[in-house]
Design a protein around this ligand. Structure first.
Ligand code: PAF
Length: 279
């Protein structure tokens, strides 16, 4: 497995691999089984898999979230080596952004609800880094986890708006045995917080199974009550929205693809998750 820090080294590698299809797995490190599953999807579809590790400063709307983002490069490289990733790109911020960054994407509703509303500027920062990676790597396929469902929708829009031919693919959320969605931020949870955080997925699951008994408002209110009753947890938002438009579902008849989306603060750590509601 080749590990490179510069665009020049990466492009030299691509020149030696001419004609081969490229799969791209962008990450911010602190890799877990969810990331490894994306590498495996890429390997099934493409000749070469490139994984990037870059904690993108411009997508953090809170400085302490950026500063405290887990960094585990040595074990990340071990995971990628074991997964037989071909090349790992670990650029510096200077390498990624040599010039002043000034671009304002317009994603309309996609970036103004839920994560967009609660993390101002976040999706613009994601879009800028993804466009930059696409420019450097020009991948045939790029793979993203469905835990960040809204990010996946935004990235599909980035590919469309910027004209890259990259096909953006989503992959299912990988969960701990407790149901907790795997996330790099889980590394920041204490044992007690980790146990408490498992309630996020069990309460989402309750929503997905109770469509016939309750309306969306009742299920959201119940979720908030249950989560906030746990001293370690505080709901930031719980939304039931259509998976295609991300518009809130007020009545079940409004959507044939409703998804429950949430962000919950577990102590100092903000976690997100989502689950598709069964018809
Ligand atoms: O999901 C992430 O880890 C990041 O938002 C991404 C896609 C690597 C962009 O920095």
């Amino acid at each position: 497995m080749l590990v490179v820090n510069t665009i020049e080294e990466l492009q030299l590698f691509f020149e030696q691999q001419k004609g081969k299809s490229i799969g791209f797995v962008p990450t911010m490190g602190a890799l877990h089984k969810g990331h490894v599953s994306l590498v495996e999807f890429s390997q099934q579809k493409c000749d070469i898999t490139v994984c990037s590790i870059f904690v993108n400063p411009i997508q953090f709307n809170k400085q302490d979230d950026f500063t405290n983002y887990p960094k585990t490069l040595e074990s990340d490289l071990k995971h990628l080596e074991a997964a037989k990733c071909d090349v790992v790109f670990c650029p510096s911020a200077q390498e990624m952004y040599p010039n002043k960054i000034e671009k304002d994407f317009d994603f309309g509703i996609l970036s103004s609800v839920m994560e967009g509303e609660h993390r101002p500027g976040h999706f613009n920062g994601v879009a800028i880094v993804i466009e930059r990676f696409f420019e450097i790597i020009n991948p045939d396929f790029a793979f993203f986890g469905e835990k960040d469902f809204q990010q996946l929708a935004v990235v599909k829009e980035v590919a469309k708006q910027t004209g890259f031919n990259t096909k953006v693919m989503g992959a299912p959320t990988v969960r701990e045995a407790s149901g907790l969605a795997m996330s790099s931020r889980n590394l920041r949870l204490s044992e007690d917080e980790k146990i408490a955080a498992a309630n996020i997925s069990s309460e989402l699951k309750y929503i997905t199974l109770n469509k016939t008994a309750f309306n969306p408002q009742e299920l959201k209110a119940n979720y908030r009550d249950k989560i906030d009753a746990n001293p370690f947890l505080k709901t930031e938002y719980i939304e039931i929205a259509d998976g295609n438009t991300l518009l809130p579902v007020i009545n079940w008849e409004d959507s044939d693809y409703p998804i429950a989306f949430t962000a919950v603060n577990v102590g100092e750590v903000r976690l997100i998750d989502n689950m598709t509601i069964i018809n």
